[in-house]
Design a binder for this molecule. Structure first.
Ligand code: PLP
Ligand code: CA
Length: 307
């Protein structure tokens, strides 16, 4: 259950025309966050009304993000700051997914996790009761290559978790590599492999996939991916809430993470054009990922009624 297999050939995405029909056809909406709910720190138009309407119709709402820099609790604050009432238990970030994955395999509590990533991952590991080392603090560490220098590493590290890390450096690469290569059975876990992120709207920035790729290069291993588009989180959600995957609509702005995540999970998929994907990208002959439906933004749920 790492990266999903390619999906069957599908027809082209249809433009959403009758929102009520879609809403009535599922019990649960899984929303990607960046590009669907917010863009960076600003709320996308019409989101509060749309979420309120879906809740009033009794729909279950779940929020999933590949951004591992925050914990569920920290995302809860972000939703609150944006004026949205979303509970921590409705939020599934890839930071939480890493901890949930370790729990799901009964990762031993006497083993340690080495973290290449930011605070969100540390917070989730701590909440789940796992011992960890690394994180942003190791961003200060430098290697002085004196003759004969030998880097020690903790033999009790049984998993290396790699996520997006703005404090990434060579010390972390070497430490993580030593753990993965030399500790018997050490797991290599990636929160996500997004190629790019939109830290600012001025350009695309290297995403979590860049840190993961570095460790792939040095270890010659492939990671277990716990974020989108891997099926881990979808399986976790459908078990946790007891929802059939056919009763879920996955809503996202990205084809290779969100839409693939929904398709790998056997869900309905809706692409919104309020994030990184344009209609031209969707319809390009180079794109092979076709959602069931597409629309401009989720507030179309409120405005698009049957003719
Ligand atoms: N990873 C990082 C570091 C990000 O900044 C973002 C978006 O802001 C993402 C991943 C993608 O987030 P999402 O899955 O909510 O679109
Ligand atoms: Ca997104």
């Amino acid at each position: 259950s790492t990266m999903g297999a390619s999906s069957a050939v599908r027809g082209s995405a249809q433009k959403l025309e009758n929102a009520d029909e879609l809403i009535d056809s599922v019990e649960t909406f899984i929303f990607d966050c960046d590009g669907v709910i917010w863009k960076g720190d600003s709320l996308i138009d019409g989101v509060p009304e749309t979420l309120d309407m879906l809740r009033s119709k009794g729909k279950r709402l779940v929020f999933v993000t590949n951004n591992s820099t925050k914990s569920r609790k920290q995302y809860g604050k972000k939703f609150e700051t944006l004026g949205l009432s979303v509970g921590e238990e409705e939020i599934f970030a890839s930071s939480f997914a890493a901890a949930a994955y370790l729990k799901s395999i009964d990762f031993p509590k006497d083993k340690k996790v080495y973290v290449i990533g930011e605070d969100g991952i540390l917070k989730e590991l701590e909440l789940a009761g796992f011992q960890y080392l690394g994180g942003p603090a190791d961003g200060e560490k430098k290697i002085e290559l004196k003759p004969g220098f030998y880097m020690e590493h903790d033999e009790n590290v049984g998993a290396v978790v790699v996520g997006f890390d703005r404090y990434f450096n060579y010390y972390k690469v070497q430490y993580g590599t030593l753990c993965i290569r030399e500790n018997p059975g050490c797991l290599f876990i990636a929160t996500n492999r997004d190629a790019v992120t939109h830290l600012t709207d001025a350009q695309e920035w290297a995403g979590g996939g860049s840190m993961v790729g570095s460790l792939c290069g040095s270890t010659q291993r492939e990671p277990i991916v716990v974020g989108k588009p891997s099926t881990f989180m979808m399986d976790y959600l459908s078990n946790k809430f007891g929802i059939l995957k056919s009763q879920i609509c996955m809503v996202g702005d990205r084809l290779d993470t969100d839409i693939l995540f929904g398709q790998n999970g056997g869900c309905k998929t809706l692409l919104v054009l309020s994030g990184v994907t344009t209609l031209q990208m969707l319809q390009s002959p180079n794109n092979s990922i076709q959602p069931d439906l597409y629309t401009n933004k989720i507030s179309d749920f409120v405005t698009l009624k049957a003719a």
